[in-house]
Design a protein around this ligand. Structure first.
Ligand SMILES: Nc1ncnc2c1ncn2[C@@H]1O[C@H](COP(=O)(O)OP(=O)(O)OP(=O)(O)O)[C@@H](O)[C@H]1O
Length: 541
């Protein structure tokens, strides 16, 4: 088809709204007449306009004669070209003024719209205590429906949210989801039990294609196997109805998996297992689009930095989106992580490194190790409100306390690193199912584990740092429920009390003034050599 004909065919019957397309209209008016317009084969625009006018007049006698007058509102395609014909100057400048005016009003309208959007985002952030830093941060979600209207989310996913009982997004979900969907990297710090898992899972499920055979598209790193298993389960529940391949990196898979033939869209793993699979078994991570470091500060802790670094390098896709999630994010870790992130947005819900406001926190002076055991028994007798989690500082002490409680008439279980994977999972499942009332644990389950109904956390042994304290007590008071945390301390713990007391103060909990007066400690970690846990007299032990 000749150029002129193509143009005629394209414009035939087209109506041109001069107001709406004012900018294009000016462009045509300013430019030299195009060859198509001046082509002799095309009927003159004037003739066309007249012919059209005649037809309209036939159709509607009442509107006879109006055609020419109304041409400025709705202009037929060819009338646009009529505008290109020579005109007198007055007419020309009149139209220019009109066009500039409409351009200005369009710019003004858009400016006001943007201002309204910014204001709306600021109000939402204030309401939900969301603090951000970064340029052009996308507005928070007002509700889950916006995932569909603003972000084109598949309705199956919104359906799953509702089936899981999630009616409103939590503050971290409101802000982190739009950030990740917009392709920005993100540091997210929000209280324990505030729904961070969904905040990183949803964007992944919305953005990657299910059932792809091109290799792993998303990697989620967790510090413990239990948390990795829990996240895998949550991901599968959320993805129900779509054929996503969600895989947990087990010990066997890491050591002997055939990764070349493995179908996997989303891979959840602990760092060491994943690194082993990459280094020894050639697992290809070059197509990973999303990399999540959950409990990121723990992952970056001593010993893991090199492993994380190696995994980050293996995820070599230049357009990868990385995100870090945790309830605690020390400045040093953030600075370290920034070296691998591009233009990351930082989102903090509430106050950075603080405990969930839903937990009632108490410090109890127990004097000595024996005093702790007495205090524990007394609290069982007075106010045991199961399920209860009891944290101790080592696996030896977990075994000792378990032995002691075996004498009492309470359904207790224990979890620590000496148990195999199945035993650890059983201990977690039994507490979830209400088969056990008390679970004695080391730090292995302090991070990320979601026991919805835990009413009380007892820090039998004083935690080694403020962040360990925040995560331990964060196993209660989750998903909007209230919880309780009791922390025993002895004479030996007194010098370290102030660090933990600061967390209580910032959560608005009452503490005695003498604790407030204690000097601040430079040393952050605290580990005491404690006497064994036993009720036997010292000489019998
Ligand atoms: N929008 C929501 N509405 C109601 N409940 C939710 C919502 N999102 C998540 N939850 C529930 O809240 C609980 C805590 O969520 P999640 O485990 O993701 O917390 P978290 O912030 O990762 O905590 P942690 O810092 O301890 O890892 C879970 O039981 C989850 O099912």
């Amino acid at each position: 088809m000749e150029k002129g004909k193509l143009s005629s065919a394209l414009f035939a019957g087209t109506h041109f709204n001069r107001k709406r397309f004012a900018a294009d209209f000016t462009r045509f008016r300013k430019g030299a007449p195009s060859p198509e317009v001046s082509a002799p084969a095309a009927p003159s625009p004037e003739k066309k306009r007249k012919r059209k006018s005649k037809n309209k007049a036939k159709k509607n006698k009442k509107r006879r004669g109006e055609e020419a007058d109304s041409a400025s509102d709705v202009v037929e395609g060819f009338s646009v070209f009529k505008g290109l014909a020579p005109k007198n100057e007055a007419e020309d400048s009149e139209e220019k003024v009109e066009t500039t005016k409409s351009e200005d009003s369009e710019v003004e309208r858009r400016r006001k719209e943007v201002e309204r959007e910014i204001e709306r985002a600021a109000i939402l952030r204030k309401r939900f205590d969301i603090h951000i830093s970064g340029q052009n941060v996308p507005a928070p979600l007002e509700n889950f429906e916006e995932l569909v209207s603003r972000h084109g989310c598949d309705s199956y996913l919104v359906g799953n949210l509702s089936k899981l009982g999630f009616q409103e997004p939590t503050p971290i979900q409101r802000q982190a989801i739009p950030i990740l969907l917009s392709g920005r990297e993100c540091f997210a710090c929000a209280p324990t039990g505030s729904g961070k898992t969904l905040a990183f899972l949803l964007p992944i499920l919305m953005k990657i294609k299910p059932g792809s055979k091109e290799g792993v598209k998303a990697v989620i790193l967790c510090p413990t196997r239990e948390l990795a298993a829990q996240t895998t389960r949550e991901c599968k529940k959320l993805a129900k109805g779509r054929k996503f391949y969600v895989k947990l990196m087990t010990k066997d898979l890491s050591k002997s998996g055939n990764f070349k033939d493995m179908h996997c869209d989303i891979l959840v793993s602990t760092p060491l297992r994943l690194d082993h699979a990459v280094q020894k078994r050639d697992l290809d991570l070059s197509r990973v689009e999303y990399l999540v470091l959950d409990e990121s500060d723990k992952l970056f802790e001593l010993g893991f930095v090199e492993v994380i670094d190696s995994i980050v390098k293996a995820c070599s896709n230049p357009s990868i989106i990385r995100s870090l999630f945790s309830a605690t994010l020390p400045d040093t870790i953030e600075a370290l992580a920034r070296t691998i992130m591009h233009d990351a947005v930082r989102v903090i819900v509430g106050r950075k490194n603080s405990a969930s406001s839903l937990i009632k926190q108490k410090l109890i002076f127990a004097g000595t190790e024996k005093g702790k055991l007495l205090a524990l028994r007394q609290s069982f007798a007075e106010s045991l409100n199961p399920p209860v989690l009891i944290f101790v500082q080592s696996k030896e002490r977990a075994k000792e306390l378990y032995k002691e409680l075996a004498f009492d008439d309470v359904r207790a279980d224990v979890i620590h690193a000496d148990l195999d994977e199945q035993q650890r999972q059983d201990a977690v499942d039994n507490l979830r199912a209400g088969k056990t009332w008390i679970l004695i644990a080391t730090e292995v389950i302090a991070r990320g584990m979601d026991f919805k109904g835990v009413n009380c956390v007892i820090n039998y042994d004083f935690p080694e740092s403020a962040s360990a304290y925040i995560h331990r007590i964060g196993r209660s008071g989750r998903a909007g429920r209230s919880g309780e945390a009791i922390t025993f301390f002895t004479e030996e713990d007194k010098p370290f009390l102030r660090n933990i007391a600061n967390v209580l103060i910032s959560s608005g909990c009452e503490i005695p003034t003498w604790i407030k007066a204690l000097p601040k400690l430079k040393r952050k970690k605290h580990r005491v050599n404690r006497d064994p846990i036993t009720t036997l007299p010292d000489e019998d032990y």
